[in-house]
Design a protein around this ligand. Structure first.
Ligand code: M6R
Length: 609
């Protein structure tokens, strides 16, 4: 949901800001813009569409200066247009904003009655005018930012400059991420750490209500009442290269291929093989607390919700523990019957998803222990949770989530093992058995990745179709949902994921020879039932793509295409099928000539409701 960036230092700001915006483009790409303050003059350039349009505009080299702010937009208030693109200016003030100002209409009417004229349809412009109106009364920019922050309802991270205070950028946040860092030629701000990695690995995440001041040589953090706060430095171990394409055509395909490594990294150092136990030091829950947890809840959105659903099947089958799984936006408003000492697991790649965060805060308010399974170190969710399991995926740039899903499922395996051992449901031998099989997963994913050419052939056969159906059962029902989500978000093909047994209750009416049906049919106790569903599809002349266990030849004559995964325990099949379906969606989207990493209307991190 929009990315903001800023630099003040001794180097030319424009290339630094553009390089940073490139890293943030996954957050939105409806328009982009930059403002530079140089020799007492503000210059702004904005353009609609992806960043390369702005780069073209800036090729004339007209934006010179070493202090500036930039923005890449995911439109909420007002269509994508140059007028609505950030930065927004009011007199001497210029700013960029990520988030949504919920009371913007009230503020706008008030400002209009005071004579301010609005040039955009955005909520952001009210912030610029509000700050300008306070500065006009003779107050300093810092005070103006603080006072305005108190008036804004909603979520925001802003970066503000003023002609009258050159050499300074003020930032403020509430509900949207903001990170700052410094090296020996200047200071930097951004919506996440990835743009900063090229300059420094020592960064500071602002808390809600904080105001930051960036000068050429230092960064100062002030609390909501103007009190100086020590700068908490977090060292990020992701390297800048991890945020590059590394020879792949797109980030998505690179991230798909990183999954064997993600599994190894997420498992590394997190178990004691002798004892057959998982070792999760950041869980921050005693064994007693885990044993006494009355209920387990998992809440997340999108792909992370699908990994949560996998977690439900896993916990219920492996541990015989009931688990309630919810979508963040539903949980937060439905007065959930969560109680003190329940275990609440929030899953999120970014750790900034507004609905997941709100759900976690509600759970905490009601007394639950909040455990975050999260990828981004220093994210709001990671900081607010009682305990955390980091997924160690490195930066996930592609809007379509792939490796983060795999990291989350691996984290859930570790958690299930931990709970199983603590509650004595699993013996040390059983624990070791599971560890052996977790450790084989990277090799199995490598094998799956070798099927890319075969999956490409399936994509070539069906990429022009308009509808797809994905069917799965048990722990692979969430994978049917995930496969359909992947396809629809990057290829714009309508796709439905269904529990295979539910097909006859409605969706079967959709099936004809023009609707490819993906059937997940591993050799498990539900195999015969999946085959029945496949026959029902076949009987209606739909093309069938079956995903089976290696060695299963039974479906060769029944399906148009058969792809396989290595033989593993049924509870370990979801990651393997998910990788195959990621590849299918990717190649379909590529064949349709689409921008895979930046699908239309989407943003990587959904920091608004
Ligand atoms: O950062 P999060 O994991 O909380 O994000 C949740 C969803 O927005 C995200 O998974 C989304 O569904 C992806 N675009 C799916 O590929």
């Amino acid at each position: 949901m929009c990315g903001i960036i800023g630099y003040v230092g001794r180097e030319a700001a424009t290339p630094i800001l553009l390089a940073g915006l490139k890293r943030l483009e996954y957050r939105g790409y409806d328009s982009a813009g930059i403002a530079i303050l140089h020799d007492g003059e503000l210059s702004i350039r904005r353009s609609v569409g992806k960043l390369h349009n702005l780069e073209t505009v800036l090729q004339d080299g007209s934006l010179q200066g070493s202090i500036g702010i930039g923005h890449t937009r995911w439109a909420t208030h007002g269509r994508p247009s140059e007028q609505n693109a950030h930065p927004h200016r009011s007199g001497d003030i210029v700013l960029v904003h990520n988030g949504i100002i919920e009371n913007f209409l009230t503020l706008k009417y008030r400002l209009e009655s005071e004579g301010y004229r609005f040039e955009s349809e955005t909520d952001t412009e009210v912030i610029a005018h509000l700050i300008a109106s306070i500065v006009r009364r003779g107050l300093k920019l810092e005070e103006a930012v603080r006072l305005v922050s108190q008036e804004l309802h909603g979520s925001y991270a802003i970066a503000v400059m003023s002609v009258s205070e050159p050499g300074r950028i003020f930032v403020s946040r509430s509900g949207c991420p903001l990170v700052v860092g410094r090296n020996d030629h200047g200071t930097f701000l951004a919506s996440d750490v990835t743009p900063l990695l090229a300059h420094t690995r020592d960064v500071t995440f602002l808390d809600d209500g904080d105001i930051g001041l960036l000068t050429e040589s230092d960064i100062f953090i002030l609390g909501p009442n103007g009190e100086a706060k020590p700068r908490q430095i977090v060292t990020i171990d992701w390297d800048a290269e991890a945020a590059e394409k590394g020879g792949f055509q797109d980030f998505m395909i690179k991230e798909i291929h990183e999954q064997p490594q993600v599994i190894s990294d997420t498992l590394r150092g997190r178990f004691n093989y002798e004892l057959g136990e998982a070792d999760l030091p950041d869980l921050a829950m005693t064994n007693e607390e885990l044993i006494n947890a009355r209920r387990i809840w998992i809440v997340a959105c999108g792909t992370s919700w699908h990994s949560g659903l996998v977690g439900k099947y896993l916990f219920e089958e492996m541990l015989r523990r009931p688990v309630q799984v919810d979508i963040g936006s539903e949980f937060r408003y439905r007065q959930p019957m969560i109680q003190k000492d329940d275990l609440f697991i929030a899953i999120s790649q970014s750790g900034e998803t507004a609905d997941t965060l709100a759900a976690a805060r509600e759970a905490k308010r009601l007394g639950a222990r909040v455990l975050a399974i999260v990828n981004v170190v220093g994210s709001t969710l990671a900081r607010e949770a009682d305990g955390v399991i980091f997924t160690r995926c490195g930066p996930e740039i592609s809007v379509a989530s792939t490796k983060a899903f795999t990291g989350q499922v691996v984290a859930l395996y570790l958690l299930a093992l931990h709970v199983g051992r603590v509650r004595n449901v699993l013996s040390p031998e059983e624990g070791r058995w599971w560890l052996d099989h977790f450790l084989m997963l990277p090799g199995h994913v490598e094998q799956v990745l070798k099927q890319e050419e075969a999956i490409k052939a399936v994509a070539a056969a069906y990429y022009e179709k308009r509808n797809f159906l994905y069917l799965g059962r048990g722990i692979n029902y969430p994978i049917a949902l995930e496969g359909a989500l992947k396809l629809k978000e990057i290829s714009y093909i309508h796709a439905e994921g269904y529990a295979a047994g539910e097909m006859k209750h409605g969706p079967i009416a959709l099936i004809d020879e023009d609707m490819p049906v993906v059937v997940l049919s591993p050799k498990d106790r539900l195999y015969d039932k999946s085959v029945n569903n496949l026959m029902e599809v076949r009987a209606r002349n739909a093309p069938v793509i079956a995903f089976v266990t290696e060695g299963d030849r039974q479906l060769d004559r029944l399906a148009d295409y058969v792809l396989s995964i290595p033989e593993v325990h049924p509870l370990l099949t979801p990651i393997l099928f998910a990788v195959e379906l990621q590849l299918l969606a990717y190649h379909v989207a590529v064949m349709r000539g689409l921008d895979v990493d930046k699908p239309r209307n989407l943003a990587k991190s959904v920091t608004v409701e």
